[in-house]
Design a binder for this molecule. Sequence first.
Ligand SMILES: [Zn+2]
Length: 181
Amino acid sequence: MSFSYEIVRSSRKSIAIEIKPDGRVFVRCPQRVTDQEAKRFVESRREWVEAHLQAILRRPRLPALTEAELQEMTAVTKDYVTRRAAYYAPCMGVTYGRITVRKQKTRWGSCSNEGNLSFNCLLALTPPEIVDYVVVHELCHRLEMNHSPRFWALVKQVMPDYERRKRWLKEQGTELVSRLE
Ligand SMILES: [Zn+2]
Protein backbone atom coordinates (compact mmCIF):
# COMPACT_ATOMS: atom_id res chain seq x y z
CA MET A 1 0.00 0.00 0.00
CA SER A 2 1.34 3.44 -0.82
CA PHE A 3 0.49 6.58 1.07
CA SER A 4 1.39 10.24 0.91
CA TYR A 5 2.39 12.40 3.80
CA GLU A 6 3.11 15.99 4.63
CA ILE A 7 6.27 17.16 6.38
CA VAL A 8 5.67 19.79 9.05
CA ARG A 9 8.69 21.46 10.66
CA SER A 10 8.53 23.22 13.98
CA SER A 11 10.58 23.91 17.10
CA ARG A 12 9.99 20.38 18.33
CA LYS A 13 12.96 18.23 19.32
CA SER A 14 12.24 14.87 17.72
CA ILE A 15 10.55 13.35 14.68
CA ALA A 16 7.11 11.84 15.02
CA ILE A 17 4.48 10.54 12.65
CA GLU A 18 0.91 11.57 13.22
CA ILE A 19 -2.01 9.85 11.54
CA LYS A 20 -5.28 11.77 11.58
CA PRO A 21 -8.57 9.89 12.00
CA ASP A 22 -9.32 10.66 8.34
CA GLY A 23 -6.10 8.93 7.23
CA ARG A 24 -3.92 11.97 6.53
CA VAL A 25 -0.31 11.39 7.55
CA PHE A 26 1.92 14.12 8.96
CA VAL A 27 5.62 13.87 9.73
CA ARG A 28 6.38 16.37 12.45
CA CYS A 29 10.07 17.21 12.71
CA PRO A 30 12.59 19.71 14.01
CA GLN A 31 13.62 22.53 11.61
CA ARG A 32 17.02 20.98 10.86
CA VAL A 33 15.63 17.68 9.52
CA THR A 34 15.90 17.43 5.71
CA ASP A 35 13.22 15.97 3.43
CA GLN A 36 15.54 13.04 2.82
CA GLU A 37 15.88 12.31 6.55
CA ALA A 38 12.13 12.63 7.04
CA LYS A 39 11.61 10.19 4.19
CA ARG A 40 14.01 7.68 5.73
CA PHE A 41 12.16 7.99 9.01
CA VAL A 42 8.84 7.28 7.33
CA GLU A 43 10.35 4.27 5.56
CA SER A 44 11.59 2.89 8.87
CA ARG A 45 8.04 3.11 10.22
CA ARG A 46 6.26 2.04 7.04
CA GLU A 47 4.72 -1.11 8.49
CA TRP A 48 3.37 0.73 11.48
CA VAL A 49 1.82 3.48 9.32
CA GLU A 50 0.29 0.94 6.95
CA ALA A 51 -1.24 -1.03 9.80
CA HIS A 52 -2.87 2.15 11.10
CA LEU A 53 -4.15 3.18 7.69
CA GLN A 54 -5.61 -0.28 7.09
CA ALA A 55 -7.42 -0.04 10.42
CA ILE A 56 -8.87 3.34 9.40
CA LEU A 57 -10.04 1.94 6.06
CA ARG A 58 -11.75 -0.98 7.77
CA ARG A 59 -13.55 1.19 10.28
CA PRO A 60 -17.13 2.00 9.34
CA ARG A 61 -17.33 5.74 8.82
CA LEU A 62 -20.16 7.68 10.31
CA PRO A 63 -21.66 10.21 7.92
CA ALA A 64 -20.71 13.88 8.16
CA LEU A 65 -23.15 15.96 10.15
CA THR A 66 -25.52 18.22 8.23
CA GLU A 67 -26.06 21.91 9.00
CA ALA A 68 -29.53 21.10 10.37
CA GLU A 69 -28.13 18.43 12.68
CA LEU A 70 -25.44 20.80 13.91
CA GLN A 71 -28.04 23.45 14.69
CA GLU A 72 -30.13 20.96 16.61
CA MET A 73 -27.04 19.78 18.51
CA THR A 74 -26.10 23.36 19.34
CA ALA A 75 -29.55 23.95 20.87
CA VAL A 76 -29.49 20.67 22.82
CA THR A 77 -25.97 21.33 24.15
CA LYS A 78 -26.80 24.92 25.09
CA ASP A 79 -29.84 23.83 27.06
CA TYR A 80 -27.97 21.08 28.91
CA VAL A 81 -24.75 22.95 29.74
CA THR A 82 -26.75 25.97 30.88
CA ARG A 83 -28.58 23.80 33.41
CA ARG A 84 -25.44 21.95 34.51
CA ALA A 85 -23.35 25.11 34.93
CA ALA A 86 -26.17 26.56 37.07
CA TYR A 87 -26.07 23.38 39.15
CA TYR A 88 -22.31 23.08 39.64
CA ALA A 89 -21.22 26.72 39.96
CA PRO A 90 -22.86 27.42 43.37
CA CYS A 91 -21.50 24.12 44.78
CA MET A 92 -18.04 25.20 43.70
CA GLY A 93 -18.42 28.80 44.82
CA VAL A 94 -17.76 30.26 41.37
CA THR A 95 -19.62 32.57 38.99
CA TYR A 96 -19.59 32.73 35.20
CA GLY A 97 -20.70 35.01 32.39
CA ARG A 98 -22.20 34.19 29.03
CA ILE A 99 -22.51 30.64 27.73
CA THR A 100 -22.04 30.04 24.01
CA VAL A 101 -22.09 26.80 22.04
CA ARG A 102 -20.29 26.45 18.71
CA LYS A 103 -19.00 23.89 16.29
CA GLN A 104 -15.29 23.40 17.06
CA LYS A 105 -12.68 21.00 15.78
CA THR A 106 -10.07 21.30 18.47
CA ARG A 107 -11.69 21.99 21.82
CA TRP A 108 -14.57 20.76 23.92
CA GLY A 109 -14.87 23.88 25.97
CA SER A 110 -13.12 27.05 27.02
CA CYS A 111 -13.33 29.71 29.68
CA SER A 112 -12.34 33.33 29.03
CA ASN A 113 -10.68 35.64 31.55
CA GLU A 114 -14.07 37.33 31.95
CA GLY A 115 -15.66 34.01 32.85
CA ASN A 116 -17.55 33.48 29.62
CA LEU A 117 -17.91 29.80 28.84
CA SER A 118 -17.86 28.25 25.41
CA PHE A 119 -18.77 24.66 24.57
CA ASN A 120 -18.52 22.44 21.51
CA CYS A 121 -21.87 21.44 19.97
CA LEU A 122 -20.45 17.91 19.42
CA LEU A 123 -21.01 17.39 23.14
CA ALA A 124 -24.60 16.62 22.13
CA LEU A 125 -23.25 13.27 20.86
CA THR A 126 -21.56 12.37 24.16
CA PRO A 127 -23.15 10.91 27.33
CA PRO A 128 -24.35 13.47 29.91
CA GLU A 129 -21.62 12.44 32.37
CA ILE A 130 -19.03 13.48 29.79
CA VAL A 131 -20.67 16.87 29.28
CA ASP A 132 -20.70 17.29 33.06
CA TYR A 133 -16.95 16.74 33.09
CA VAL A 134 -16.40 19.48 30.51
CA VAL A 135 -18.68 21.85 32.45
CA VAL A 136 -16.81 21.18 35.71
CA HIS A 137 -13.47 21.50 33.90
CA GLU A 138 -14.35 24.95 32.54
CA LEU A 139 -15.81 26.12 35.85
CA CYS A 140 -12.58 25.09 37.61
CA HIS A 141 -10.79 27.52 35.29
CA ARG A 142 -12.65 30.26 37.18
CA LEU A 143 -10.33 29.38 40.08
CA GLU A 144 -7.22 28.26 38.18
CA MET A 145 -6.61 29.61 34.67
CA ASN A 146 -4.21 26.78 33.76
CA HIS A 147 -3.81 23.01 33.83
CA SER A 148 -1.52 22.87 36.85
CA PRO A 149 -1.66 20.09 39.47
CA ARG A 150 -3.69 22.54 41.57
CA PHE A 151 -6.24 22.80 38.77
CA TRP A 152 -6.61 19.02 38.45
CA ALA A 153 -6.90 18.68 42.23
CA LEU A 154 -9.88 21.06 42.07
CA VAL A 155 -11.50 19.04 39.31
CA LYS A 156 -11.00 15.89 41.35
CA GLN A 157 -12.58 17.47 44.41
CA VAL A 158 -15.78 18.18 42.48
CA MET A 159 -15.67 15.04 40.36
CA PRO A 160 -13.57 12.24 41.92
CA ASP A 161 -13.85 10.02 38.82
CA TYR A 162 -13.01 12.76 36.29
CA GLU A 163 -10.02 10.84 34.86
CA ARG A 164 -12.28 8.14 33.46
CA ARG A 165 -14.46 10.76 31.75
CA LYS A 166 -11.46 12.68 30.47
CA ARG A 167 -10.07 9.47 28.96
CA TRP A 168 -13.38 8.71 27.27
CA LEU A 169 -13.29 12.09 25.57
CA LYS A 170 -9.71 11.57 24.42
CA GLU A 171 -10.47 8.10 23.04
CA GLN A 172 -13.83 8.81 21.40
CA GLY A 173 -13.34 12.48 20.61
CA THR A 174 -11.43 12.22 17.33
CA GLU A 175 -14.14 10.03 15.85
CA LEU A 176 -16.74 12.67 16.75
CA VAL A 177 -14.65 15.51 15.36
CA SER A 178 -14.19 13.59 12.10
CA ARG A 179 -17.92 13.96 11.50
CA LEU A 180 -17.45 17.69 11.03
CA GLU A 181 -15.57 17.18 7.78
ZN1 LIG B 1 -8.86 23.48 30.45
